[in-house]
Design a protein around this ligand. Structure first.
Ligand code: ZN
Length: 442
């Protein structure tokens, strides 16, 4: 690993922010960050003669804690220095850490009290599908001789997962689907299968079988709360699971998931119960989480994760739009604006979710296939793409087209050698990122 010394001269707390994003930048290029006053180090400051110039816009945004995207970005999702130079490093910090979502007003929220895609810079500049941070990092690296020798692009990896919201509803869902098809034999088959084998949405073994056929691994996120729960952010109660987490059969399935080399995670409820309390209700040990309904409020969500035993979070995606909620196609360790230092968990952003296409955008599986494969094609290298396919989407009776689509995604991944990444590997990456921070700050 090459060592890249930088001399950062900025007012606090901006200096800490830039130190952090410089470390992310170095990690991105497999370099080791370091900080020194030596004459040949890379000068990062607000002056015209800097190697990397930071804008006054960025300094003011951080010092005044005014994060509104419409004030920060004028005509592009980038900040500019006073002499017209783009501030790639400051802009990357802002994008990476979801700052547009901080202090969001009621008008910027959707019906569920979540930061709405429509209020985002991604909607304003139509850039949700672009990995802006990587492209800004590329621009910075082109101006620094230490980064001249480029390593070859590496095939991207995917994180595959399933939120388990529903199990017992399968009789009703599949029965209805069979009735709509006016297929009496199918109606009887659905009922008979349910009586003999239990709910068909208890299909985790089937899901693992499918992944085995494509040499892929995935994670199952479990809800511990059954029924309806109130979120602290909304008036209306939110439906949670229709199964009991202490059910013996469910616990046996979770064990089998581990035995087969797949993984479990927590699907955190919208209730006020803490992460650790919900983790305790799971029979298997978990270190990863995704919030149900992608219910997150920034920065509270990150603060709650940091306080808990969760080391990997998979919650950060938009519900209504696929793509990048923080314009970066890789896992990263976020920054705490309150404590002026990095957090210690790894955020693995979510880019592709079945319900975005099916429910929010009302698209057919056929239309969705093209969109997803185009997106994957655009991110074939140097990315980690997180894909969420709910267990009910594997029903050959209720969602045959969506099951077929998922298999075609797995087929694309195999053909292009895009391997699935496990939580175990992500934990290793978290550890080396933390080491990189630690070395540079000590
Ligand atoms: Zn859910």
């Amino acid at each position: 690993m090459k060592i890249c010394p930088a001399h950062i001269d900025l007012p606090s707390p901006v200096e800490e922010c830039i130190k952090y994003v410089w470390s992310i930048f170095c990690y991105h290029f497999e370099a080791t960050p370091s900080f020194s006053h030596e004459i040949n180090s890379i000068k990062i400051n607000c002056r015209q003669d800097a190697d990397i110039q930071i804008s006054q816009n960025f300094v003011n945004t951080i010092c005044q804690k005014k994060y509104k995207q419409s004030d920060v970005f004028i005509d592009q999702p980038i900040m500019y220095c006073e002499n017209g130079k783009p501030d790639y490093l400051g802009s990357s910090f802002y994008l990476l850490n979801y700052l547009q979502e901080f202090n969001a007003t009621k008008e910027e929220m959707d019906d569920y009290g979540r930061f709405s895609y429509h209020s985002s810079y991604q909607a304003r500049f139509d850039c949700a599908h672009d990995d802006l941070v990587s492209s800004y990092f590329e621009k910075i690296s082109q101006n620094i001789t230490a980064f001249e020798s480029k390593s070859l692009p590496k095939p991207s990896r995917v994180f595959l997962s399933h939120d388990i919201d529903t199990i017992t509803a399968s009789l009703l869902h599949e029965g209805k689907a069979a009735v709509v098809k006016k297929d009496i034999a199918l109606v009887l088959k659905v009922i008979l299968k349910h009586v003999l084998n239990g709910p068909s949405y208890r299909n985790m073994d089937r899901i693992m079988d499918i992944h085995d056929q494509y040499d892929a691994k995935s994670t199952f996120f479990w809800l511990v709360k059954k029924g309806k729960y109130q979120s602290p952010y909304t008036e209306k109660p939110i439906p949670h699971s229709d199964y009991r987490i202490d059910n013996k059969v469910i616990q046996q399935i979770q064990r089998r998931i581990v035995d087969r080399g797949f993984e479990n995670g927590l699907h955190k409820s919208a209730s006020r119960t803490s992460f650790n309390n919900e983790i305790n209700d799971l029979a298997e040990k978990v270190l990863g989480n995704r919030n149900h309904y992608l219910f997150v409020r920034m920065p509270d969500h990150f603060a709650a994760i940091e306080k808990s035993k969760i080391l990997l979070d998979f919650s950060m995606g938009f519900g209504r739009m696929y793509g990048h909620r923080n314009s970066y196609a890789r896992p990263f360790i976020p920054y705490s604006m309150k404590n002026n230092t990095n957090y210690s968990f790894l955020e693995v952003p979510l880019q592709l979710m079945d319900t975005t296409f099916k429910f929010y955008q009302k698209r057919s599986a056929k239309q969705t296939e093209k969109l997803i494969l185009d997106f994957m094609e655009k991110h074939r290298f140097n990315s980690v793409i997180s894909i969420l396919w709910h267990n009910d989407m594997f029903s050959p009776v209720k969602n045959p087209q969506w099951l077929k689509l998922y298999k075609s995604i797995l087929d694309y991944l195999r053909q292009n050698q895009l391997r699935s990444i496990t939580q175990k590997e992500l934990l290793t990456e978290r550890a080396s990122m933390l080491t990189s921070f630690h070395n540079s700050f000590s």
